[in-house]
Design a protein. Sequence first.
Length: 327
Amino acid sequence: MSAPSQPSQVLFVTSNRIGDCVISSGVIREIARQLPGAAITVACGRPPAPFFRSAPGVVRTIVLDKKKMAGHWLDLWRQVVATRWDLVIDIRGSALAYLVPARRRIVYNRSWETGLRKVEMVSRLMGADRPLDPEIFLDDRARAEAAAVIDPQLAGGSGPGPILALAPIAHQPGKSWPADRWGALVERLKAEPRFDGWRFMPVGGPGDRPPATPALEAAGPRGIDFVGKGDILASAAAIDRATLFVGNDSGLMHVAAALGRPTLGLFGPTEWWLYGPWGPRTATVASNETRGQFAPIEDLSVDHVFQAVLQLHDQYVAGAPSTPTTP
C-alpha cells in the first residue's frame, strides 16, 4: 500500500500593512485552487498576522518585525530555507523567493503597476482568470471578542439598533479627515431621521483614541467604543456587526469592503480610483473628485460626507432587512 502523498508546501510572503494584506487575501483561495490541499506558510507584518490564523490551508504564520539593515529578511530566510517549497509567492517583490529552494516562484514586480487596481494586479500575477476578491477569515474567537465589547454597550446605552461603524484614522500623512469633523458628522447623523435609533461605533487601534474621541463624544449614549479593544481580526468582527461603514482610506476601510458591508471611503490627495474599497457595495468621496487632480483632505466638507452617507444608506439599507446586532 503506497504512502499518502505529502501536501504541497507553499510560502506566501505578503505585506506588513493591514490594507495590502486584505487586498491580496484572495491569493489564499487561489492557492487552494491551483494546489488542492496545500500547506500554506504566511509571512507578514505583526498587525495583520491575526488575519491568517483561521485562513483555509494556512498551517503557520511567520511575523516579520522590521529590523535595521533588512535584518527581518535574514530572519525569515533562516526560518524557510530548509524547506523545499513547491510554490513561493512574494507580493512584496523581495529577493527572498530566489534565495530559497522552490519549484515555482511568483514574484511581484512594480512593472505590473500600469493603472490597474491592486486586486486586479495580484489576480493577474497569480494567473487567475477573474479578480481574486478579498476575504476576511473570521473565526469564533474574533466574534466572541467583539461581542464581549459590543453587547454590554448595546445593553447599557440607548438600546440595540443598527450600527454605523466609523474609522476616523489613517496612518499615512494626508489621509486622515480632521477629528472634529467626525464629531460634526455624527451630530448631523444623529439629527437625521434615517438614523433614528442607530448606534455609532468608532473602530481602531490603541493609538487611534485621540482622533476617535470627537465622534464618541458626539455620539454620547448612542456610542459604542471599539477603539483599542482587540486585534485586527476582533476589529473585523466588530465591523461585521455593522450595517454601514464610513472611514478614511485605511486598512479598516478595506476590511469593511471585504466583509461585504456597505462601505464609504474618504479620500484626500491619493488616487481614489485605484485605492478605493473593492466590492459591489462600496463608494468613495474625495476632496477633488476629478481623476488625476488632488486636493487636501481638509477640503472635504462635513456636508459632502453627510450627503454621501445618506446616499449609501438609501442605496443599500433603505428597504433592506436590517443587519442583526448579535453574532
